[in-house]
Design a protein around this ligand. Sequence first.
Ligand code: GLN
Length: 193
Amino acid sequence: MKLGILALQGDFREHKSVIQNLGASTVLVKRPDHLGGLDGLVIPGGESTAIAKLMEKWGLFELIKEKVASGLPVFGTCAGLILMAKDLEDGPPTLGLMDIEVERNAYGRQIESFEGELETTEKEEFRGNSVHGVFIRAPQVKRVGPEVKVLAEHEQLPVLLREDRLLAATFHPELTDDPGVHDYFLRRVVRGS
Ligand code: GLN
């Protein structure tokens, strides 16, 4: 299995090591030719405005949309989720992949970063039955489309969502020791078992 990790800005190295530890190979995607032959793509956390600009600059923006339209699975965390959203209140142009509405930096200045245990609806799916969430200037999901399944919540807000071959988290599973969410992406979303 070969996973691409969008490596323009943000914490792509952390995603790379989690995925390699799970036994899949990785390609750092910086240019259009790196998108060939992938089984899935990860869009990391970072700064969504910077990632969007660099995707445009290197001709990746439209190409990623095309690949996803023809079935490429995508997993986005934090800035990655923002860039996957169909509706964004204020921010860069998005890829418009997942039917959600998102507000950036929605927790405000007082609580820019925090950690917490997440309630998951799919207890059997995640190792240890709970998911530890690291939130850093995290977005909030304000609307969830009818085809989108909420896999985990934190204080009644959806924080892990799936729509068919798309998985998105408002937090950073790549910054913890628990590979459960990445494992779910590889096993359930990419391989579809
Ligand atoms: N606040 C950032 C943005 O708007 C996202 C932060 C993150 O990815 N940790 O892109």
